[in-house]
Design a protein around this ligand. Structure first.
Ligand code: APR
Length: 277
């Protein structure tokens, strides 16, 4: 489905390219990775819709469940990690990399996705805020001071839903204190912070944004909705790319911005091309 980029939006992106100061914040959700074959969360085949074999889907994304059933939660995350590592960045991810290359320090990426595809595509760690963490990383369950470390590459490969962790459990211990390592992702019964999830940095980016480009998120989470509300209140131009109306498309239209009803892969390459000087 091709989506027409309105003339006024084309003009705004051309001005962004020519400006010395104007800043672009891109904020992404599971929708940008859908075209890489990774299920979203709340779509008809989404993770929270079909969940895992034994538990109510969202229960698996809580520290309370990890405390009770650490191996079951690791099984679920190693399965999801295998899905992520079997996926490649798509043209939408590549377009977001092109935006960073065009704008440099006038660019910032806030992603809810833990799949790591933005970094694999080429966005920089410094300008990429992974506000829900990264499924390739582990951190100490009692925060003993050890910085998050990367999971061994083979962990999760070939995992199917419900596989048990088995002997690999030994490779999920904290190298610092010997206790449990836990997936470096934000769970429903936990809170955003700056150290792990760039909470303050994301809000500051929203305050400074001249353009907020939102792609593939349903508006179900707190910090992204704060980013959108701050940008709207500060008078930023908001653009939402999504096949379905959602709170961000409403914010975009409320602020005189654009709702581009389509997929990330359809629209992002054209917007990126407008930033080439
Ligand atoms: N291009 C753009 N958007 C798409 C595409 C696509 N090809 N396919 C689906 N979408 C949209 C859907 O219409 C939906 O609005 O992506 C959105 C996905 O919404 P969710 O499944 O709710 O995912 P997301 O918004 O990223 O969830 C946010 O919730 O449970 C937590 O940690 C989890 O990071 C996740 C957060």
């Amino acid at each position: 489905m091709s989506v027409t980029v309105p003339v006024e939006l084309r003009r705004a992106f051309a001005e962004l390219a020519q400006s010395a100061r104007a800043r672009l914040v891109v904020m992404t959700g599971a929708g940008i990775s859908a075209e890489s074959g990774i299920p979203t969360f709340r779509g008809k085949d989404g993770y929270w819709t079909i969940g895992s074999a034994e538990y109510h889907p969202q229960e698996m994304a809580t520290h309370a469940m990890f405390a009770r059933e650490p191996e079951a939660v690791w099984s679920w995350y190693l399965y999801r990690r295998g899905v992520c590592r079997a996926a490649e960045p798509n043209v939408g991810h590549d377009a977001v990399v092109e935006m960073e290359r065009a704008l440099g320090d006038r660019f910032c990426l806030i992603t809810q996705n833990v799949d790591g595809l933005h970094l694999i595509a080429g966005n920089s760690q410094a300008r990429t805020y992974e506000i829900h963490g990264n499924i390739d990383f582990v951190r100490c369950d009692v925060d003993c001071g050890r910085t998050p470390w990367r999971l061994d590459d083979d962990l999760g490969r070939g995992f199917v839903r419900g596989d048990s962790v088995g002997a690999d459990v030994a490779r999920l211990r904290c190298p610092g204190c010997g206790g449990w390592g836990r997936p470096h992702v934000l769970w429903f019964d936990e809170y955003y912070d700056e150290a792990h999830f760039r909470f303050d940095s994301s809000r500051r980016a929203a305050v400074a944004a001249d353009v907020l480009l939102v792609v593939g998120t349903s508006g179900a989470t707190n910090l992204p909705m704060q980013v959108g509300a701050i940008a709207l209140q500060k008078g930023a131009l908001i653009v939402d790319i999504n096949p379905e109306p959602n709170p961000f498309s409403q914010m975009a239209l409320a602020g005189g911005g654009s709702f581009l009803r389509g997929s990330g892969g359809d629209v992002l390459p054209e917007l990126a091309s407008l930033l080439r000087r």
